[in-house]
Design a protein around this ligand. Structure first.
Ligand SMILES: Cc1ncc(COP(=O)(O)O)c(C=O)c1O
Length: 490
């Protein structure tokens, strides 16, 4: 089959054209039984292919027909031995990767700034995380990747680890020397799992960092929906055979996946793969140029800084994705969140994320000069409006969360007897919940770690800035679950 073909999407269209009388789920029956207002909005076309795994339409859990063909085309496009489609985002694919290689009590080497899905998988599997400190960019106040030296050191100390997990590229678009990391891990016969949530496109353009499959990694969980043009929630899990078993990966993925897989999501993966394989290079080329012009124009605006290739050079910041615009706003005397809100209210612009110091804007092949101008002009207005506060701003001290000490495995902490204490009084206690800012969803503290005063201060700063701190059962973060301590009876 050629990359121009879309066996899954075309198969669904053919099926819908036959217009069979349906006595199966989904019960809306091609939209006839759905709320009319929603039906009118979403359209009959979409509803006609909102189908289920009946005989002619194959089954994601045991693909033998059009899903198998679509996955094979995707594997070719991504340079994998096998590609699995995920309708549960990259989170589902990440949990599969971790659970496919790690069991209870087995070690996995991971950077501490991992997405919460990695930590969830560690809790589910009962694995023991061996954390590597990511490199910190103190100017921007963000974490980058991990260095080859730290991977080497971790493997020397833990040659019995079952896998090394790497985030490549990070949410902010920075990547490590993945090829070298793979070489080091493979010299220990240890597989490398890549969180490629932010890197579906990098495989398709040679000016972008190496993709997981190009670097020789064993598995990669890749969000096609984030930057590759498929629908939200659709991702792929790419696998290279050798250190991991494709059959085992399939059965874990199946265990973690709904039996009612959305064919709209699956079809969107099929067409996104076609677009990336056939036109990806040209589309990405235009996007890189567009983002480059935007970066240059933003850097001409007073008090703003848009990071570019000058941030590279360290071992952890080895390469970067120029389609990500990290815009530092701290010299305006504002937090990233204040700028996010200002852009929303004054210019109807929504950014990807904000933190204490930055906003992050992603530029994709869905953007044109029009959107670029809107953002640049809005940022010019911003700089003028806050000229005043910028003049008064002392150099901002960048605050980053200290990495807490792990006292219990995340699983033991998660399942331990707990008690609720006031959040302010939790320093020194072993925490039983996750606390993270979402996005980006990187935990500040995970179950099993000891809260410090610095962590509390960092969380409070994020809350004060209005950033979305999430995780604990108590949404307002007035209280938190900690491991129960038994005091001696008097
Ligand atoms: C670094 C990283 N990994 C994994 C994920 C999970 O991806 P998904 O939303 O497709 O489940 C995200 C989502 O934001 C992420 O930022």
């Amino acid at each position: 089959m050629s990359q121009n073909q879309t066996p899954l999407f075309s198969g669904l269209l053919q099926h819908a054209k036959r217009n069979p009388i349906q006595f199966h789920i989904p019960g809306h029956k091609k939209g006839a039984g759905i709320d009319p207002e929603f039906r009118q909005f979403i359209g009959d076309n979409a509803l006609s292919i909102d189908l289920i795994n009946i005989g002619p339409l194959d089954d994601l859990h045991h693909p033998k027909g059009m899903i198998k063909q679509a996955q094979e085309l995707a594997a070719k496009a991504f340079g994998a031995d096998h590609t699995f489609f995920s309708v549960q985002g990259t989170s589902g694919a990440i949990m599969t990767m971790v659970m496919a290689v790690c069991g209870p009590g087995e070690k996995i080497i991971v950077p501490r700034n991992v997405h919460k899905s990695v930590m969830s998988a560690i809790v589910f599997s009962g694995a023991i995380p061996v954390f590597i400190h990511p490199e910190i960019d103190e100017k921007l106040g963000i974490s980058h990747g991990i260095t080859t030296d730290s991977v080497e050191k971790a493997l020397e100390q833990h040659p019995d680890a079952k896998a090394v997990l790497v985030i490549n590229p990070t949410y902010f678009g920075v990547s490590a020397d993945l090829k070298k990391i793979v070489e080091i891990a493979h010299s220990y016969h240890i597989p490398v799992l890549v969180d490629e949530a932010h890197g579906v496109h990098i495989h398709f353009h040679d000016e972008l960092p190496l993709s997981a499959m190009q670097a020789g990694a064993d598995m990669a969980a890749t969000s096609v929906h984030k930057l590759g043009g498929s629908m939200t929630q659709s991702s792929v899990l790419n696998v290279k055979e050798g250190l991991v078993s494709v059959k085992h990966v399939q059965s874990i993925l199946s265990m973690l996946t709904t039996t009612s897989t959305s064919y709209l999501l699956l079809a969107s993966l099929d067409v996104a793969r076609k677009q990336l394989a056939v036109k990806g290079r040209d589309l990405i080329d235009k996007t890189i140029r567009l983002a480059g012009t935007m970066r240059k124009r933003i850097n001409e605006i007073d008090h703003l800084y848009c990071a570019g290739e000058e941030i590279l050079g360290s071992k952890a910041a080895y390469d970067y994705d120029p389609m990500k615009l990290i815009i530092s706003v701290k010299d305006l005397g504002l937090t990233g969140y204040e700028v996010e809100k200002w852009l929303r209210e004054k210019h109807n612009i929504e950014v990807e994320l904000s933190d204490l110091y930055n906003i992050l804007c992603i530029v994709t092949f869905g953007d044109t000069e029009y959107e670029a101008d809107q953002l640049v002009n809005a940022l010019k207005d911003l700089s003028l409006e806050f000229e005043h506060s910028a003049a008064k701003t002392e150099p901002v001290e960048v605050l980053l969360p200290e990495i807490p000490v792990l006292a219990l495995t995340p699983r033991d902490a998660f399942y331990s007897e707990t008690e609720v204490v006031p959040f302010e009084e939790s320093a020194g206690r072993i925490i039983a919940e996750f606390v993270m800012v979402y996005p980006p969803g990187i935990p500040i503290i995970i179950p099993g770690e000891i809260m410090t005063k610095e962590n509390l201060h960092y969380i409070k700063k994020n809350l004060e800035a209005g950033l979305p701190v999430q995780g604990p059962e108590d949404d307002d973060l007035k209280t938190i679950h900690v491991i129960k301590e038994y005091k001696a009876i008097l």
